[in-house]
Design a protein around this ligand. Structure first.
Ligand code: PLP
Length: 370
């Protein structure tokens, strides 16, 4: 049996006619950049998340970059974040000449250890950038309190967390000053190319994001600030508007699959060999990430048996070569480093069948029974 990590063709098959109609609508209009489709998507995402404003941009990375620009991050500023995330989280900080101040992660959630954030705040701290990794909300209480106390901004990297809620029912992306989403095709709400969005309840920040995404121009050809080309395409917006209608059902399917993995793993008794993610309400399972001290062998075995898996992420950010000037060393963040050795994402996409999940677990069991 073949079980890919993600099967976007299976999803496309369920919405093909609607998506083609939406694409055709844009083709007939010949309006490709921003415009009514993007505005409609912005309203729909804002409503979906319970935010006042949403600003469509070119990618999740650009949503983060523009948000840091909007809050005025300058060279020499410090931004507190996690060493265990996709590269863009720290990349945008460094691109603006600021310094990422990493905090180790909580080994059970893979999210930054929020309790350790306050002690990292200095007079140079301009922002805190938590990531809601794998679709689970970071613990926001201590972060929001520290930010409030010191008058610093919170930019949420919610690229993997559209629709995620925290333990108090608050939506990811709406708790800080700006929440950033990615519509990269493999994300829970994926476009047919790159795309992203920033959401905020702050009218001033929304306006600044809108100006920044068109090179800082307002009115056209007059620039008070320097922005970039951070625009979202109408074609992407049209596709995303179709998919958004199914997102809640897809999330429920991901949660059902996660529950099924938990039940099936328990049935075969692999608690010693692999650690499963906890059952957390509000988790949207962008990824279902297990841990094993024997990760590489497990991944190779599953690959041989036709099961797609991925390591998110094999090298923590503080150890990336391009950041060596920051002066971090191996051993600085032991939990992130251990996670990089032990984590393995299993297929969890909505269309995954019970037979496929039983197959995956059957293979894991076979390896450990040897
Ligand atoms: C995908 C992702 C991004 C970047 O989004 P792009 O749309 O690929 O630019 C940023 N942060 C995290 C945590 C991501 O998973």
């Amino acid at each position: 049996m073949n079980v890919p990590l993600l099967d976007l063709k299976a999803q496309y098959a369920t919405i093909r006619a609607e998506v083609r109609e939406a694409i055709d609508r844009v083709c007939e209009s010949q309006h490709f950049i921003l415009g009514p489709e993007v505005m409609a998507l912005e309203e729909e995402i804002a409503a979906f998340c319970g935010a006042r404003f949403a600003v469509g941009v070119s990618s999740g990375t650009d949503a983060l970059l523009a948000s840091l620009m909007a809050i005025g991050i300058c060279p020499g500023d410090e931004v507190i974040t996690t060493p265990y995330s996709f590269f863009a989280t720290a990349g945008v900080i460094v691109r603006l000449g600021a310094r990422p101040i990493f905090v180790d992660i909580d080994p059970t959630t893979f999210n930054l250890d929020a309790g350790a954030v306050p002690e990292k705040v200095t007079s140079r701290t301009k922002a805190i950038l938590p990531v809601h990794l794998f679709g689970q909300c970071a613990e926001m209480g201590p972060i929001l309190r520290a930010a409030d106390e010191h008058g610093i901004a919170v930019i949420e990297d919610a690229a993997q967390a559209i629709g995620t809620r925290d333990d108090r029912g608050r939506t990811a992306g709406t708790m800080g000053h700006v929440g950033c989403f990615s519509f990269f095709p493999s994300k829970n709400l994926g476009a047919f190319g790159d795309g992203g969005m920033g959401i905020t309840n702050d009218v001033g920040l929304a306006e600044t994001l809108r100006v920044l995404r068109v090179h800082g121009s307002k009115p056209k050809y007059y620039h008070r600030i320097v922005g970039g080309n951070f625009r979202l395409d109408a074609l992407q917006a049209a596709v995303l508007r179709v998919k958004l209608k199914y997102l809640t059902a897809w999330t429920e399917a991901r949660r059902r699959n996660a529950e099924r993995y938990r039940t099936l793993f328990k049935e075969v008794g692999l608690q010693e060999q692999v650690t499963l993610p906890d059952d957390v309400p509000g988790h949207i399972y962008h990824q279902f990430v297990i841990r094993s001290t024997d990760r590489d062998r497990l991944q190779e075995f599953l690959r041989e048996r036709g099961v797609g898996t991925e390591v998110y992420y094999p090298l923590p950010l503080h150890l990336q070569e391009c950041f060596k000037d920051l002066g971090y060393r191996k051993g600085d963040f032991p939990q992130a480093e251990a996670a990089a050795q032990e984590s393995l994402a299993l297929p969890i996409y909505p269309e995954l069948t019970e037979a496929q999940q039983r197959y995956v677990i059957g293979q894991v069991k076979e390896l450990y029974d040897r």
